[in-house]
Design a protein around this ligand. Structure first.
Ligand code: CP
Length: 308
C-alpha cells in the first residue's frame, strides 16, 4: 500500500492508521534525502502549491515552504495581512482567484474551525490543513509522532501526557487522535478550566497534579497558553498558572525517571516551561522543527499522488 486513503489532509481524525504509518515511513526516506549534500529531489516538478496563511505562523509556514522547495514544486505565498481580504474579499473568492492561476494544491492556515474542510468541498485542488482555529493541526501531530518514534521507537503502549491549555489547542486534538491510532496511552494534565468537557469521550483521562502526570509519562508535550483565544479569564494569573503547571528544572530533576520534553512552539519561556528545561538535553523541541520538513515533504508527496 503506497497511497493515502484520503484526497485531502484535513485532520488526523479522517486518517486510517495505515495512512499515518505510510506518511511516517515516507518521512524517514525524505529525512535521509534532506541530509544529503544535494537536498532537492524532482518529485513535485510541475506541481504548483499555494500557501495561504490567514493567521500568523513561523514554523509551519517556513517548514511547508522549504518542504515544497526541496520537492521542486512551484510555490505561491499568500498572507492575508497584506492582501485584498482586507478590502472585504471572501475566502472562496480569494481561493478561486488563486486557483485560476493553475494551482494544484493549497496549504491553508485559518483562524476558523472547519475552514480547510469548507475549501475541500468547494474547490478542485488538494487541501492541506495547516491549522484551523482550535480544531486540528495534522502535520504538527505527524511530526510529533515521528519525533517520538525516532527517540523512543514504536509508539505502542508509550505513555504521553499533554499539559496545559488543551481547550484551545489544535495540536492537542490532532495529537490525541494520532497517538491513540498508533497505540500510545494519552492523558492530559492542566487546570479543569483549560480541559474540554468532552475529553473523556475521546478515551483520555485527566491528571490534575503535574508531578503525578510527569511521573506517569515517557513523554510530556507542554502546550502554550493561548491568551489570544481566551475571551474569559480561565485562570487567576500567568504567575499562578506557572507555579502549578509550569515545568522547571527542579521539578524535572525530581522525577522518578528521565522523560522527553516536547513543545510545538511558540514557547512562552517562564510560563509553561523554563528556559533551562526548553534548552536541556531532555528537550527535543528543535528536533520537532527539523522533522517537520521531512514529514511535510512526505504528506505533500503522497497527496500529490492522488492528483488525477
Ligand atoms: N507549531 C506551530 O504551528 O507553530 P507556528 O504557529 O509558528 O506555525
Amino acid at each position: 500500500m503506497n497511497k493515502l486513503s484520503v484526497n485531502h489532509l484535513l485532520g488526523i481524525r479522517y486518517l486510517e492508521k495505515r495512512d499515518i504509518e505510510l506518511i511516517l515511513e515516507t518521512a524517514t526516506h525524505f529525512k535521509e534525502v534532506i541530509n544529503r549534500p544535494i537536498k532537492k529531489v524532482p518529485s513535485l516538478r510541475d506541481i504548483t502549491i499555494a500557501n495561504l496563511f490567514f493567521e500568523n505562523s513561523t514554523r509551519t509556514k517556513l517548514s511547508f515552504e522549504i518542504a515544497e522547495k526541496r520537492l521542486s514544486a512551484d510555490i505561491l505565498n499568500f498572507s492575508s495581512a497584506n492582501s485584498s481580504v482586507k478590502k472585504g474579499e471572501t475566502l472562496i473568492d480569494t481561493v478561486n482567484n488563486i486557483l485560476s492561476m493553475k494551482v494544484d494544491m493549497v496549504v491553508m492556515r485559518h483562524p476558523n474551525v472547519g475552514a480547510a474542510e469548507f475549501l475541500a468541498k468547494h474547490v478542485k485542488a488538494k487541501i492541506v490543513n495547516a491549522g484551523d482555529g482550535a480544531h486540528e493541526h495534522p502535520t504538527q501531530a505527524l511530526l510529533d509522532a515521528f519525533s517520538i518514534q525516532e527517540k523512543h521507537g514504536d509508539l505502542k503502549e508509550k505513555n504521553i501526557v499533554i499539559v496545559g491549555d488543551v481547550l484551545h489547542s489544535r495540536v492537542a486534538l490532532s495529537n490525541i487522535f494520532c497517538l491513540q491510532k498508533l497505540g500510545a496511552n494519552v492523558k492530559v494534565c492542566g487546570p479543569l478550566t483549560l480541559i474540554p468537557k468532552y475529553i473523556s469521550s475521546l478515551g483520555v483521562e485527566v491528571i490534575i497534579d503535574l508531578k503525578e502526570a510527569l511521573n506517569w509519562c515517557d513523554v510530556a508535550m507542554m502546550l502554550r497558553i493561548q491568551l489570544e483565544r481566551q475571551d474569559l479569564k480561565l485562570f487567576p494569573s500567568l504567575r499562578e498558572y506557572s507555579m502549578l503547571y509550569g515545568l522547571d528544572k527542579e521539578l524535572l530533576d525530581s522525577l522518578d525517571k528521565r522523560i522527553t520534553i516536547m513543545h510545538p512552539g511558540p514557547i512562552n519561556r517562564g510560563v509553561e516551561i523554563t528556559s533551562d528545561v526548553a534548552d536541556s538535553k531532555q528537550s527535543i523541541i528543535l528536533e520537532q522543527v527539523q522533522n517537520g520538513v521531512a514529514v511535510r515533504m512526505a504528506a505533500l508527496y503522497l497527496l500529490a499522488g492522488r492528483i488525477e
